[in-house]
Design a protein around this ligand. Sequence first.
Ligand code: F6R
Length: 639
Amino acid sequence: MARLNLLEETRYEKLAVTVYPDQQTASKKVAARIADVIRGKQASGEKAVLGLATGVTPIRVYNELVRLHKEEGLSFKNVITFNLDEYYPMKPDAAQSYVTFMYENLFSHIDIEKANVHIPDGTLAADDVAEWCLNYEKQIEALGGLDLQILGIGRTGHIGFNEPGSAPNSGTRLVTLDDLTRADAARDFGGKANVPTKAITMGVGTIFKAREIILMAWSKKKAPIIKKAIEGEISGEVPATYLQLSDNVEFVLDEDAASDLTRFDTPWLVKDCIWDTQLKKKAVIWLACELKKPILKLTEEDYNTHGMAQLAVEQGPVYNINIDIFNQIQHTITGWPGGKPGADDSQRPERMEPAKKRSIVFSPHPDDDVISMGGTFIRLVDQGHDVHVAYQTSGNTAVWDDDVLRYMEFAIDFEGSIGKDNSQLKSIYDDMRQFIEAKQPNQIDTKEIRDVKGFIRKTEAISGARYAGLQDDHIHFMALPFYETGKTQKNSVGEEDIRLTIELLQKVKPQQIFAAGDFADPHGTHVVCFNIIVAALERLKATEDWVNDCWLWMYRGAWHEFETHEIEMAVPLSPQEVVRKRNAIFKHQSQKDRPVFPGDDAREFWVRAEDRNRETAKRYDDLGLAEYEAMEAFVRYKF
Ligand code: F6R
């Protein structure tokens, strides 16, 4: 029987949830609780038996445990650990094994006895797996069970590798991984094809027996599955929902992972609210979508029956609220993303002055500019603004190896055709070919190969920007150093990244900046690139006046879109402009058909962009605003 929930605000939540502002704070709290268990057991001369997880979620918890060990003397001598799972088959010394992960992130940095570490064995012969699994269970039982189990959650709702369909009483066993889980792991393995199809995992029943269970989740990416796990019906389709049956479980979330829960997403359904402009806008749009009605047709009864009676009473009549919100949305629409010269701009998203603006479009990868805001980019140029584009990173990890050979062959033939000695190029080509033929998944390319990949993306970006109407001297390649690791894991941001950005900003002194506020991109490059721009602007603000007149607009890329209530500027695209945008995206040939990093969306980037821009226009249309072919959306960031 789950513990009683006495709060109205959390009435949709079927288990205990604690939300922290960010992952760092939450991880420290979880680490402190683990440390408490260890110390408590130490005090009574007992062993602490911990169930551990891998993945990106617990990394900061492990960092903090290492810190507690090194700086505060926390000893792990009395700790016995059992890991949740391991890929099968898997060699323990492989880069992707959970053995490697656990030693790199925790065990190598603390004083745990090696004999006390247990991780499922990925090297077993198939016939031995069942007995081995039974023994794993027995070992845990013999120690009196797990004192504390920590968990992450997969986007399928798996805990451990208990994928949809797992039974609540399942024990440690060999399982088949869900396709989405394999797609999520593709990055570590250098492609989904290299991800094992099976794993050995503790069962739901094994996890359930732990005296305390903490499930952690961070980031927006986890928000939808977290909502299902906490508010959904118990079902084998989302194995994490089984945890609702336990009294000993707590979900520890950051604000992003919690953001789809009813109390945060639609708080008016569970409590009285302070109705500021933003919440009002969100609620009215939500109501219109729920009822599939345009805003101006929403009635008092609609408000009253959907948790919005308080708003109707406080600020009604509802027709006035409807008109107010309708007008606010109407005012986000503009065909003049650089401001409309000579027009009253009191209700427009951008200022009319100066009539010709200096704008910089920052593009984290060499194609985000056209994918995300190609229509607006072209419009800005057409409307006579002084537009620059700055490609922040080389994007060289996202080019296929065979493209490198193709371009090298081209260069060799060209040198030959103009009578030059191309033997040096040929020998570089031979080395490249040899390297590529023997290349292991995720192996870092040679400098020459990385350079050629970068050049390929550079020429494509030039071609796209020229198509949008830019002069060559307005196209900038920053090749920020944080990105240049040759692998998906990037370096931390350094002074040089910020210095290069400051240098460009000082040269252009823009009145308008567009930057990717697309923080869900799978490798995190967008958020890093965005933070670099903000850091540069913050520094410049102290000494340069122009910064105070510079507006920063965020766009979103191939991965997701702003919610309607967030949008502050919506730039409509005509059918012809949609085609022009598509042509600009087509210039990025290396990313066409099947890019190296497609994320988990099978559509090509241009299709995603068009679908998304059409959806945005449809959302406006459904709310009762004018019907456009497509729309690009922006939100202003105030630094
Ligand atoms: C890891 C495990 C998985 C992960 C889950 C989330 O041992 O069993 O259930 O916890 O896939 O992975 P991350 O944390 O990488 O998002």
